[in-house]
Design a protein around this ligand. Structure first.
Ligand code: UDP
Length: 435
């Protein structure tokens, strides 16, 4: 058996000094809790689909239960699927030495980086898939949902007793050809492959297998609940932010594709016009499948130099008794301006989260960000640091513009990127697979 993700944990059990009450990661969430947030049509559609799928055993498999967008989605999607009557479990594969280094290189290659992908790499990957599959051979779901490349190769060794779905969350719009062709062959065995955008559909995947649906955020989780602005400010102040001066924020893992170095350059450029500007980069090192983060963090620390107005958050110990969800929520709520200057982006839940809080985000003109930001309407799409800097200045100097665009931002999230819609898309697909 693989380790199952435990839902009956207190979130961030390590440290909770909660101003309100301890937050429990809930194992079951009822659809009723979204009444008033989603439309009645979607509500009915989900209930009707779920009626026919009651008791369906769906097992999700991914690489990590914390850190990054996939874990974030599963924390809500799994309980919500249970809440409408499915029997859902969520498992993490275990690494072997060197495995997550290799899969991070694979991740980078699938997003377009040139890497060596040697026979040894392929052997290590497949051998590890075989040993993980051995641990899983007695597991009997009705549908497997395998997330991202890390566990994708399991399909080559698992008994084929039920439909299998591969959910690719990353931006595969221009992948390294050699690495893509390896995964395309793995993809051949899957019954469905889900991409976030049409632009990401990799070469050689038969059309009938492809489904397109975008990720979504959970509006009732702590991170996305409306937070009193005064509480948000109190949290930020306790972390050293000067609230009488403007603050730019990016919430992202320290990852080259998130372009933290570009954010620093944009901030430095904007600071010429707004001397009081501060910058906070929130990138707590939580994802155990991202060993590259430490290296990028070092580069970012170097680029920040001695600037006392740049705040880098990478260790949970830095935020003391503040819960991670409150920490992120506060900065997304009360930032003067939010950036997501990615150069490749599978979707960017951080963008969605900030937009839901009424922030018009300045985002890289790439991948999943383009699905969310309509340039000049609900945020800005930028191609360079200079453009990012200009838009920062524009939004900081015009609160009216920020407010107007922020309202549009919230609306598009309500319409397209809340988790009940994602649940609906999965249920629809399950129905065609098990009919
Ligand atoms: N996140 C967080 N704390 C941090 C940095 C990021 O909780 O210090 C969360 C962020 O709020 C979002 C997720 O990590 O929910 C990142 O998802 P996204 O899709 O933006 O990027 P990914 O890491 O999956 O590439």
């Amino acid at each position: 058996m693989l380790p199952e993700v435990n839902f009956n944990l207190t979130i961030q059990s390590e440290k909770i000094i909660n101003p309100t009450k301890p937050e429990i990661r809930r194992g079951v969430i009822k659809l009723d809790e979204y009444r008033g947030i989603i439309g009645s049509h979607l509500f009915k559609e989900i209930n009707s689909l779920a009626k026919d799928l009651r008791g369906l055993k769906v097992f999700h498999v991914n690489a990590t239960s914390d850190g990054g967008g996939v874990a974030e989605i599963l924390k809500s999607l799994v309980p919500l699927m249970r809440g409408v009557g499915l029997e859902v479990k969520w498992y993490n594969i275990l690494p072997c030495p060197g495995f997550f280094d290799l899969t991070k290189r694979i991740h980078n290659a699938l997003q377009g980086k040139r890497i060596e992908f040697s026979r040894r790499d392929r052997d290590l990957y497949m051998r590890h898939m075989e040993s993980m599959a051995k641990k899983m051979e007695d597991m009997r779901p009705d549908v497997w949902v395998i997330h991202d490349p890390q566990p994708a190769g399991l399909i080559s060794y698992l008994p084929r007793l039920c439909p299998m779905v591969w959910r690719i969350h990353i931006d595969t719009s221009g992948p390294n050809k050699k690495v893509w062709s390896f995964f395309q062959k793995i993809g051949d065995d899957y019954d469905r492959i889900i991409f976030t955008s049409k632009d990401f559909i990799g070469h050689g995947i038969p059309e009938k297998k492809i489904r397109i649906f975008s990720p979504a955020i959970d509006p009732i989780m702590k991170k996305n609940e409306s937070m009193d602005l005064e509480i948000a400010k109190k949290i930020m102040k306790s972390l050293g932010i000067n609230l009488s001066r403007p603050l730019a924020v990016q919430v992202s893992r320290f990852d080259p594709w998130k372009d933290p170095m570009g954010v620093i350059r944009a901030y430095q450029e904007a600071k010429k016009e707004i001397p009081g500007l501060q910058l906070a980069l929130l990138g707590l090192l939580l994802a155990k499948d991202d060993p590259e983060a430490e290296k990028i963090l070092k580069e970012v620390e170097k680029a920040s130099g001695e600037d006392p107005d740049i705040f880098l958050f990478s260790r949970v110990s830095q935020i003391g008794n503040i819960k991670i969800n409150d920490f992120v929520n506060a900065f997304q709520m009360a930032a003067s301006v939010v950036l997501q200057k990615s150069t490749k982006e599978g979707f960017g839940l951080s963008v969605t989260e900030a937009m839901w809080k009424g922030q018009p985000v300045i985002g890289g003109n790439v991948g999943g960000i383009k699905l969310q930001i309509k340039d000049g309407e609900n945020g800005f799409l930028v191609n360079t640091c200079k453009e990012a800097a200009q838009r920062m200045v524009e939004l900081i100097k015009s609160p009216q513009l920020k407010k107007k665009m922020g309202q549009e931002a919230k609306e598009i999230v309500r319409e397209k990127f809340l988790i009940p819609r994602l649940l609906r898309d999965y249920l629809k697909m399950f129905k065609e697979l098990v009919k």
